[in-house]
Design a binder for this molecule. Structure first.
Ligand SMILES: [Zn+2]
Length: 219
């Protein structure tokens, strides 16, 4: 019995190893302060990202942990909303630095700003939503959605949808974390090797394709 269990364990470990090797062996796009390096639309999915992120001020431990959690939540959103066509592989998060693809700043009003292909900025004041709403964790989730919105401009070259009736991450007031059908169509036209959704006949794709864990290193 013990031997059978051992053999089964080895087979399971090998299968798990195959799956992670498949993901980790894919080439990664390096995203730093220079922004998106050229045309990434012809890279075969899954497209892994190694990105740098910088907090533009000296953040305390609690804030730094929440920023890390928001990056983690963003990586899950990116994986899920692109059906595994793009995902975060690793993140170098620097405190009190301007050297990053993602800039975390305390902004007066806006949620963030970005240009097509460039590095982008998100507002860590969104983390204050925990106190304002009385619901712990809201700030991290909203900041994660904010990162996906600005990433939508920078990497995916999607326009703002303010003033429309679309339910979309590109229209933050609609409070949706997904891309609307028009954005998905635009993504499919731009990233011709992507499949959106991954497997139209399967509603449970996400259940069987958990997001690879992003390696986040704080310096
Ligand atoms: Zn949209």
């Amino acid at each position: 019995m013990t031997n059978v269990c051992l053999v089964l364990s080895i087979i399971v470990a090998m299968l798990a190893g195959c799956q992670s090797a498949q993901i980790s062996d894919t080439p990664a796009v390096e995203l730093n302060a220079q922004g998106v390096p050229g045309d990434v639309t012809a890279i075969a999915p899954p497209v892994g990202l190694n990105l740098t992120a910088a907090v533009g001020y000296e953040a305390d431990e609690e804030t730094l942990t929440k920023i890390k959690d928001s990056i983690d939540a963003f990586s899950v959103l990116l994986w899920e909303k692109t059906y595994g066509n793009m995902y975060v592989k690793s993140v170098q998060l620097k405190n009190n630095s301007q050297d990053g693809y993602i800039h975390f700043e305390k902004l007066e009003k806006l949620g963030g700003h970005a240009q097509f292909g460039g590095p982008f900025t998100v507002n860590t004041n969104l983390l204050d939503l925990d106190q304002k709403s009385g619901k712990p964790g809201v700030g991290v989730r909203v900041l994660a959605a904010g990162i996906l919105h600005e990433f939508g401009h920078s990497m995916l070259r999607l326009q703002d949808e303010y003033g429309t009736t679309r339910e979309c991450i590109m229209h933050p007031q609609s409070r949706t974390k997904d891309f609307c059908p028009a954005c998905k169509e635009e993504l499919q036209n731009r990233f011709k090797l992507w499949r959106l959704p991954a497997e139209p006949e399967r509603a449970d794709w996400l259940k069987t394709h958990p997001c690879p864990k992003a390696a986040i290193n704080i310096t």
